[in-house]
Design a protein around this ligand. Sequence first.
Ligand SMILES: [Zn+2]
Length: 295
Amino acid sequence: MARYSIWVLEYCYNDHYPVSAMIYGAHNQGIGMIPNCYVVVKGEGHVAMVDVGFNNKDFAKEIADSFGVAGWQSPETVMAEVGLSPKDVDTALITHAHFDHFGNVEDFPKATFYIQEREITKWVWAMSLPDRLRWMMVAIDPGDIIRGVDLARQKRLVCVNGSLENVLPNIDLHVAYDSHTYGSMWVHVRNDGKAQSSDAWALAGDLVYVFENIEGPGAVVDVDQMYVPVGLAVGSQENLVMATEAMMKSVGYEARRVIAVHEERLKDRFPSRITADGLRISEICLGDGEKSRVR
Ligand SMILES: [Zn+2]
């Protein structure tokens, strides 16, 4: 049996994002296009988000404009494409606090949010530093951190320390400290319910951006290829490589089961469709009894 359906929903895209931020060492490859997405996981009586996007106003819009973001649509519009509303969401698993992942908590009024404790506290620390150290704040909207602290005040924020099994039935959180960010997480969905699942998915957040990070410069599915880490890291590329190994191990080294949300070519590997707004929906898997949203 398959317990959960998983959809990757594009809500806008960056059309001049430096390839060197996606792939370590790719300094001569100029700029590229990446979709910005969140993931919906539905099943076992829950609707969960993995990340919530950003709200395209105030400072988030300034950052987005600087990255060449276009085509933004609200969660209400995007989620309607799979027959859901942000108000259906009871759980939001935040892989990290970059503005395009943690920038729209307000649109999910019924959700309890999960984030690594180190992720939120270290951004408070980073905000306090002199401006000459502000490189660390790249892709952080201070307003998002303040809204995160307010979620804690409302008892709607769970600060996770390390890994957490069964945050929802058969869904686990895993941490990759000091990698892309201070406390990035990835989400392991064990769809057949077993500890050593053969139907598992690793939702990578930004620990992997594109296929090349797992499959090497040739981007072919071959586990003998070496991992090439993401370029953008406040921690280390070593920790990114080890996180890639942990994710790959969790899915039996089947590269297609590690889901990279900034990967435009995801649509070529999974059943997908393009909405009237020009945004992509990829259907990673369907839970028992669920109808396809892309056919
Ligand atoms: Zn990020």
